[in-house]
Design a protein. Sequence first.
Length: 368
Amino acid sequence: MTSLAGDGAPKAESVRADAPGRVNLIGEHTDYNGGFVLPIALPQRTRVELLPRRDRRVRVSSAQYGAAGGTVTYELGSERRDNTWADYIRGVTHVLADVAVIAGFDAHIDSDVPAGAGLASSAALEVALLRALRAAFDLKLDDIAVATLARRAENEFVGAPVGIMDQMAASLASTDTALFLDTRSLEWAYVPLPASAAVIVIDSGLSHRNAGGGYGQRRAECADAAARLGVSELRDVAIEDLERACATLPSPLGRRVRHVVTENQRVLDTVAALTRGDVRETGRLFVESHASMRDDFEVSLRQIDEMVTIAMAVEGIHGARLTGGGFGGSIVALADTALAAVAARAIVSKCRESLALAARAIVPPTSP
Ligand code: GLA
């Protein structure tokens, strides 16, 4: 049954694979600055059922993406971007061609990871497809290679200048322990949550996109600031040098640097707090992170700030913040385990009533 990796011959009949969405607990906009992140997998997953073909044709249908469950069809090697969900499929086969030979395939995709909610639905799709291709064609790709290819698909083909967090989370994270990742070395460790704490994720209903202008602009500002400070990545600015470094930079670069450097420190502090079971301190760090994203990195929206305020007033909530790339998407909150379900319902109904948002609970899932 074993054969040369990626010789193009199908190694299996039909295969199934899946990958989860993620919510980032803390460490936002640090990944493309060589910093630290702390995502955890969502219970929601993207599933791929794939049947290898003998020719080079690719045919993928999806229950959720594309109009009326649209099907995408193309020949391997002729991938062209069309700014639809199919770009994630084409992006994967396009970058995979650099490292492996595969044949065509028929696949069906089914997902309950919400799209546009800042919960990494695209990484779940890319990683689930790569896992299915790995199994179908016996490709010798480890989980980090899968994540790296998925990120290349997004950067080089889809045109979203994202970091590596989401793809590493889709490839390595689990739902019960957070993934503490050093995005520079790709070293990682699992950090369990204390039993007394539960994660809540509320989608604002305000759609977020990484390929939109704001994300790329923040990325360019960080690169500009690093060049002016003479470091290869903002990770290299020590927290002790922060005020001096910021003072040399024109607005808004100083604020951007302050967010990244303090956020990296908050990830380290959160890991330490979780490890000693300090839920209150973790919550405080969430709140500080939100303020930094709002004031220094300027990736929040007024309604998202109000959602965080609403969440903080609900019984059992220790902290809340915008999660993901920003400009819409979801908030993540840390709650007392025993109160989490009730608290999530209370946040959703207050956001609907007082902010007129189409908010909904993603974790723990509740009926609409
Ligand atoms: C998006 C990107 C990630 C990361 C976050 C912000 O989710 O895909 O790489 O930059 O935004 O932390």
